[in-house]
Design a protein around this ligand. Structure first.
Ligand code: NDP
Length: 307
């Protein structure tokens, strides 16, 4: 068994910020960066809303910078997935495919994954017209024609936000009623820039290097039609990446880790940061802030200070 001082699971903004703070506090973090290093920002192009970058920064470049910064202060990065954890006794155990590690203090920052439509060229067009984050990418669609997919609160919120930029927002849902809260639905109905399209699912994404449109199918009669679009925002929910913590940590009914007092999980010495416990904000900067808090909280915990 390889004993470490502290372990961070995840390498998005939360995990790498935690690593920077732990490393600078001489808490020698080992970061399990996973096979999909960098998290959701690796799927975006330009990030305009991360403070401090006047001209924006490409998502993958931001993550590479955070990685270099963590390494500069001595963080040990392991590019492997954690397959299993055991938090039943101290030191806590973390398992990769070929090794067992342990530590007294752990930060979980495994993030969440946006649900995908599952259409053939969805990945190829992501960042080229397709987005999973209106706050991040909305301003790139000034005076453009776009669509939002989904019927929950996220889809309503994103549609309303996107009317600040786009000239027209189609809100496409597969059922005849939205599942979003009444107040959000009322706001959507009252907004003349949003045109709801019910009972419809996307069957094709058009465009090679850039999205040019979509094909939608009316589920009541099977008829298909094309919509010319500059942008498509997919807001069909997120799945927190918490599978490996089942039966180890308290989670809510959607699988998000339950935290108290900002970053504490129900297991002493195991802290959580970023989208893995936060469905509300889901921003790179809030995740980074949470990573900082978790590292400070873990430092206090290891010093025996109750928070
Ligand atoms: P939800 O799970 O609530 O809604 C997802 C929506 O996407 C559903 O309408 C679902 O359809 C649809 N959907 C799922 N999969 C597909 C698919 N493959 N193709 C087409 N449509 C699909 O997720 P949200 O992200 O909207 O919300 C998550 C949580 O966050 C909720 O509890 C919500 O209340 C909360 N939230 C609150 C906000 C606020 O209070 N301001 C803002 C944003 C989120 P169907 O209806 O058929 O299942």
């Amino acid at each position: 068994m390889d004993q470490k001082k502290t372990i961070v699971i995840g390498s998005g903004p939360a995990g790498l910020t935690a690593a920077i703070y732990l490393a600078r506090a001489n808490l020698n973090p080992t970061v399990f960066a996973g096979s999909s290093f960098g998290g959701q920002l690796m799927l975006t192009t330009e990030v305009d809303n991360f403070p401090g970058f006047l001209d924006g920064i490409m998502g993958p470049v931001l993550m590479d910078n955070l990685l270099k910064q963590a390494k500069k202060f001595g963080a040990n990065i392991i590019f492997k997935d954690v397959l299993r954890t055991d938090f039943s006794q101290k030191p806590y155990r973390v398992y990769t495919d070929d090794q067992e590690y342990s530590a007294e203090g752990i930060i979980i920052a495994t993030g969440a994954s946006a649900r995908k439509l599952g259409l053939p060229n969805e990945a190829q067009l992501t960042g080229r017209g397709i987005s999973y984050c209106a706050t991040c990418d909305g301003p790139f669609f000034k005076s453009k024609q776009i669509a939002v997919i989904g019927g929950g609160d996220s889809a309503m919120e994103e549609s309303l936000f996107l009317t600040k930029f786009a000239s027209k927002v189609y809100l496409i849902h597969r059922r005849d009623t939205f599942k979003a809260s009444a107040i959000m639905q009322q706001k959507v109905q009252a907004n003349p820039s949003i045109e709801p399209i019910y009972n419809s699912e996307v069957t094709m994404l058009q465009g090679k290097d850039k999205l040019t449109g979509i094909t939608i199918r009316d589920v009541t009669n099977g008829q298909e039609r094309d919509l010319n679009l500059d942008g498509l925002f997919i807001a069909i929910g997120h799945n927190p990446n918490t599978g490996i913590f089942q039966n180890q940590l308290a989670m809510d009914e959607h699988g998000y880790i339950v935290v108290t007092n900002h970053t504490k999980t129900n297991v002493d010495g195991v802290f959580s940061a970023g989208d893995v416990d936060d469905f509300r904000y889901q921003q790179a900067i809030t995740a980074a802030g949470e990573g900082c808090k978790a590292a400070l909280d873990l430092g206090k915990y290891l010093e025996g200070i109750t928070i």
